[in-house]
Write a protein of this length. Structure first.
Length: 153
């Protein structure tokens, strides 16, 4: 592992432990040259997954796209960054659990909307409005009515 400070290739692991439901390994490291300490996270790449878009094109799966979508939907909402990271890990876990080489963007969108629905209904509506391309206020109203109906009193 290259030191991010001096770019020396010789670093030592000081501590290693599981993080995020044991799917990620967190390692504390020290550089042999500059003695700087830093943390790395290792995540397994199980299979190369392609995402089939609505228009039929395929592109490589990118975790960053899920991150961007969730951060936009949850902007200025009372959900902390750690919870967002947990949601991303949960969604990605479902994607990889399918153990398929191709997943549709529709399936990923459904995983995201379900996760948001359980965490923050305003963020859920924000994401859904883009994901389903709401074209009118009536579309929002129908979805709000569904949320009210589903919400236990």
């Amino acid at each position: 592992m290259k030191c991010p400070f001096c770019e020396n290739l010789n670093t030592n692991v000081i501590d290693s432990r599981d993080a995020a439901q044991a799917k990620i390994v967190r390692r504390r490291r020290i550089c042999e040259s500059c003695q700087a300490r830093f943390t790395t996270y290792e995540r397994p790449v199980l299979t190369e997954i392609s995402v089939q878009k609505r228009n039929g094109l395929k592109e490589p799966y990118q975790r960053k796209k899920i991150e961007r979508g969730l951060f936009k939907a949850l902007k200025k909402r009372p959900v902390n960054h750690e919870k967002i990271r947990q949601l991303i890990d949960q969604i990605e876990g479902k994607i990889f659990a399918k153990n398929q080489e191709i997943i549709t963007s529709k399936e990923i969108g459904q995983y995201i909307t379900q996760a948001l629905k359980d965490v923050d209904q305003v963020a859920y509506l924000r994401f859904l409005s883009v994901y389903q391309s709401f074209g009118s206020i009536e579309s929002f109203y129908k979805e709000i009515k569904k949320l009210k109906k589903d919400k236990p009193t």
